[in-house]
Design a protein around this ligand. Sequence first.
Ligand SMILES: [Mg+2]
Length: 120
Amino acid sequence: MKQLTKHTPEGNTNMTTNLIPHYAAFVEDMMLTEGDTRVIENTLGLVGESGEIAEKIKKYFRDGTIDKTNLQKELGDVIFYWFALHGAMGIDPEETIEANMVKLSDRKNRGVLRGSGDNR
Ligand SMILES: [Mg+2]
């Protein structure tokens, strides 16, 4: 796991931590809404930012060029709302990642990565 220097509001830059909990705390600090309003805002934010990525990929196939710096910014916006929704719903993002890795590894091992169905 990549380590980074944690920049706390108090300016303490000596503490090191894992990237995922550090970013989760960063996102929580950025939240402007709460309760059901937050759930709605975070969900629409996640979908909206995903749409911005789709738009850039559409233009890539239409025009043959893509600004990877701008694409990366939109990917960052998606991950922001992905973390935000975890916080709004009280779900541990590390558990989500781990469970997803287990699920996909199992599918790969069973030769069912291709195909459809949520519970392959
Ligand atoms: Mg964006």
